[in-house]
Design a protein around this ligand. Structure first.
Ligand SMILES: NC(=O)C1=CN([C@@H]2O[C@H](COP(=O)(O)OP(=O)(O)OC[C@H]3O[C@@H](n4cnc5c(N)ncnc54)[C@H](O)[C@@H]3O)[C@@H](O)[C@H]2O)C=CC1
Ligand SMILES: O=C([O-])CC(=O)C(=O)O
Length: 327
């Protein structure tokens, strides 16, 4: 049996937390041979609710759950952690854009970035889920000068999965037939779901669907899916978000499949002409616990305009939060 690894989850008593913790403890994220110690962070008023979640975790008698730490202190929550899923943040309501949450949520991520800087393992893998995820990840990263910026990622995997599902439905195929989907940019309504490199059961996706459907149906459906869920459910996506978080971390830790890639929000290194530093959705392959941007893809004018628009939004969000980087 492997030695246990430490996995921090913030907002552990929230909706996504409730859909996430039990799957991590069951081995869905890091494998059925990897014991985990869960470190659960909540705000003080939610500690009672968190106690109930811990009771339920214990009641599952999971073979892989080695221990649980429940706390309202980020310094305790991030002590020696190998993985950190930063979920705890307010969700948006109907009629809001995710960036409207920056004021309420941005201030959470400076102190948490600093606590990670001071206490986490030096190769910690951080996934920011709390919205607006890309810019919150930037705030955390900028507040952790002693950690490699590559430790910090934001979730665009839910968008990636949504895009695969839409394309599968349109072409009458299964999700597993879709390869090489891309979400470029921000987890927001400016994100650019790109099918120019995608294949469906080995055939180029662009040969199977027409431009009108791509432009006027597929792209807006994927961009607006979060809002559509809020309208239908009266609450933002939780189970699908938790599932995407599991997918993101599993790909990063255990690797991507040969001949395929996934989308991750990562600090830009300037690839594809994107402003260095902003946390931008890129196609990546993962191996041995590291991700690498897929290079050399041909970008046409249609794609370029959309990649630039979502980059522009990320630059604006960055300008708005520079005061929130913790020293
Ligand atoms: N990146 C993505 O694809 C997605 C992101 N989200 C975002 O995830 C976040 C969480 O969503 P839900 O779980 O549905 O919300 P929720 O309101 O059910 O749960 C959030 C939890 O975070 C806790 N919390 C608040 N501040 C905290 C702090 N400083 N430290 C630790 N915990 C804290 C709250 O007490 C609450 O229990 C929201 O910002 C939502 O917009 C949701 C879906 C997809
Ligand atoms: O739309 C929201 O606010 C929640 C979210 O990020 C998503 O479902 O993609």
């Amino acid at each position: 049996m492997k030695a246990p690894v430490r996995v921090a989850v913030t907002g552990a008593a929230g909706q996504i937390g409730y859909a996430l913790l039990f799957r991590i403890a069951a081995g869905d994220m890091l494998g059925k041979d990897q014991p985990v110690i869960l470190h659960l962070l909540e705000i003080t008023p939610a500690l009672d609710a968190l106690k109930g979640v811990v009771m339920e975790l214990n009641d599952c008698a999971f073979p892989l759950l080695a221990d649980v730490v429940a706390t309202d202190d980020a310094n305790v929550a991030f002590k020696d952690v190998d993985y950190a899923l930063l979920v705890g943040a307010r969700p948006r309501g109907a009629g809001m854009e995710r960036k409207d949450l920056l004021e309420a949520n941005g201030k959470i991520f400076g102190p948490q970035g600093k606590a990670l800087n001071d206490h986490a393992k030096r190769d910690v893998k951080v996934l920011v889920v709390g919205n607006p995820a890309n810019t919150n990840a930037l705030i955390a990263q900028q507040s952790a000068p002693d950690l490699d910026p590559k430790c910090f990622t934001a979730m665009v995997r839910l968008d990636h999965n949504r895009a695969m599902s839409q394309l599968a439905e349109k072409t009458g195929k299964h999700n597993t037939d879709i390869k090489k989907m891309i979400i470029w940019g921000n987890h927001s309504s400016t994100q650019y779901p790109d099918i120019h490199h995608a294949t469906v059961d080995g055939t180029a996706a662009t040969d199977l669907v027409d431009q009108a459907w791509y432009e006027s149906d597929f792209i807006p459906t994927v961009q607006q899916r979060g809002a559509a869920i809020i309208k239908a459910r009266g609450a933002s996506s939780a189970a699908s978000a938790a599932s995407a978080a599991i997918d993101h971390m599993r790909s990063w830790a255990l690797g991507t499949d040969e001949g395929n890639w996934v989308s991750m929000g990562i600090p830009s290194d300037g690839s594809y002409g994107i402003e260095p530093g902003v946390i931008y959705g890129y196609p990546v392959t993962c191996k041995d616990g590291k991700y690498a941007i897929v290079q050399g893809l041909e970008i046409n004018d249609f794609s370029r305009a959309r990649m630039d628009a979502t980059e522009q939004e990320l630059r604006e969000e960055r300008s708005a939060v520079e005061g929130l980087f913790a020293k």
